[in-house]
Write a protein that binds this ligand. Structure first.
Ligand code: ATP
Ligand code: PRP
Length: 222
């Protein structure tokens, strides 16, 4: 099978898990059904009921990269991921209102964050979201040493790696389970449809109805 993205093909990049699950109803609204389940299939390119449409399964953080370089025509990515990527080469036509959460600062339950900030203390902050964290603390005028992690940020304050973390929070269950408290919300997060800018021009006829179907279906959900 030729796996290169060609003119007559539409390639969608999605990550497994919540984004894939939450995108299925939007695809259904556009008449597209994915024919294999990424949780059980080892395939990374999944067929759909439309032979011209295929779905790439990639890491959530890699979705913008595949779309930026045109290896995928469109994709779905969280605002958290898009802010770290920078959004270059991407058109972001629709906030899909899926995978909703917030980006927050959290600390050990016993740590007086407000006081540390007032005192002008230099904070060690562990996060996967270094760009967002840097901007947030710069805006507040707080000096930070950022420690880049790739997951399980909640562990860092527990073992003394950092004073604080910047991570996404939804129910707050993970923070509670690890005796951490949310001390500051940085922003609300949801996932967006991202489209390769060149593909939008060259494949507009195929892409536009899908973008509109996603737009309408996400409005109904929200
Ligand atoms: P990667 O696999 O690349 O490390 P990830 O594990 O963060 O990424 P997911 O957990 O699938 O990937 O999250 C995808 C998106 O869903 C995130 O970018 C974020 O926007 C959103 N998200 C993350 N955690 C939650 C949550 N607990 N509830 C709701 N939405 C969330
Ligand atoms: C995300 C995030 C937090 C958790 C927050 O992890 O990294 O740890 O969700 O959600 P909560 O406030 O409802 O507990 P996820 O469940 O996606 O695990 P992963 O990052 O390891 O995929």
């Amino acid at each position: 099978m030729n796996t290169r993205n060609q003119g007559d093909q539409l390639i969608l990049a999605l990550s497994k898990g919540r984004i894939f699950e939450d995108t299925l109803p939007l695809l259904a609204a556009a008449g597209i059904t994915v024919l294999e389940n990424p949780e059980t299939s080892r395939k990374l390119i999944l067929p759909t009921n439309d032979p011209a449409v295929r779905v790439l399964i990639v890491r959530a953080t890699d979705v913008p990269t595949y779309v930026q370089h045109g290896a995928a025509d469109f994709g779905v990515a969280g605002k958290d991921v898009l802010l770290e990527h920078g959004g270059e080469g991407l058109y972001q036509p629709v906030d899909l209102n899926i995978a909703c959460c917030r980006m927050s600062v959290a600390v050990n339950a016993g740590f007086d964050y407000d006081n540390a900030v007032r005192q002008g203390a230099r904070l060690r902050v562990a996060t996967k979201f270094v760009h967002t964290a840097r901007e947030h603390f710069a805006r507040k005028g707080v000096h930070v040493d950022l420690i880049k992690l790739y997951g399980s940020m909640e562990l860092a304050p527990l073992v003394g790696l950092s004073d604080a973390i910047v991570d996404v929070v939804s129910t707050g269950g993970t923070l509670r389970a690890n005796n951490l408290v949310e001390v500051e919300k940085i922003m609300d997060i949801s996932s967006r449809l991202v489209v390769n800018q060149a593909a939008l021009k060259l494949k507009r006829e195929r892409l536009q109805p899908i973008i509109e179907a996603f737009q309408n279906a996400s409005k109904q959900q929200g």
